[in-house]
Ligand binder design. Structure first.
Ligand code: FAD
Length: 115
């Protein structure tokens, strides 16, 4: 991941999906100081590196989970995305929660779907 991120000032990026792709994108945005929101329905990213060790060493399995909230703070929103409304620049979460002006200024400017 050596490339530079070139995003105009004032742009808020929303990344949906905190898998390998999503956390790589979110980590890059975080390190570049670009405002972003990462949305995932789970509360943690789970990788299976060292999975063999986790299966034999008591307590190690917990370390294969990386909690989103701890890693990305308030830039993380937990929820299942059910729809996207590009006109309103809104992401609609399960339960009818709509993320637009309330939390992201004028809504998202760039939406990255990594599901
Ligand atoms: C058993 C197994 C073993 C594998 N082994 C390897 C390997 O050894 N090497 C390798 O290169 N690849 C491997 N792969 C493939 C690799 O896991 C995938 O290529 C990779 O996970 C894809 O990453 P991603 O970020 O695109 O999606 P994912 O990792 O699938 O992440 C998607 C994320 O989006 C979230 N999400 C989905 N829908 C919604 C929604 N509606 N709202 C909110 N969040 C949502 C999910 O919770 C998830 O966190 C393996 C896959 C499996 C299943």
């Amino acid at each position: 991941m050596g490339g530079q991120v070139s995003i105009p000032d004032g742009v808020h990026v929303v990344v949906v999906g905190g898998g390998f792709g999503g956390i790589a994108a979110a980590q890059k945005l975080k390190s570049q100081g670009v405002p972003f929101t990462l949305i995932d329905m789970r509360e943690a990213f789970h990788h299976n590196l060292a999975g063999l060790r986790a299966s034999v060493q008591p307590g190690f399995a917990q370390r294969t989970f990386i909690p989103f909230a701890k890693t990305f703070g308030s830039s993380f929103v937990q929820g299942r995305v059910e729809n996207v409304d590009p006109e309103r620049q809104a992401v609609i979460l399960q339960g009818g929660r709509v993320r637009t002006a309330d939390g992201w200024g004028r809504g998202f400017h760039l939406l990255v779907l990594l599901l």
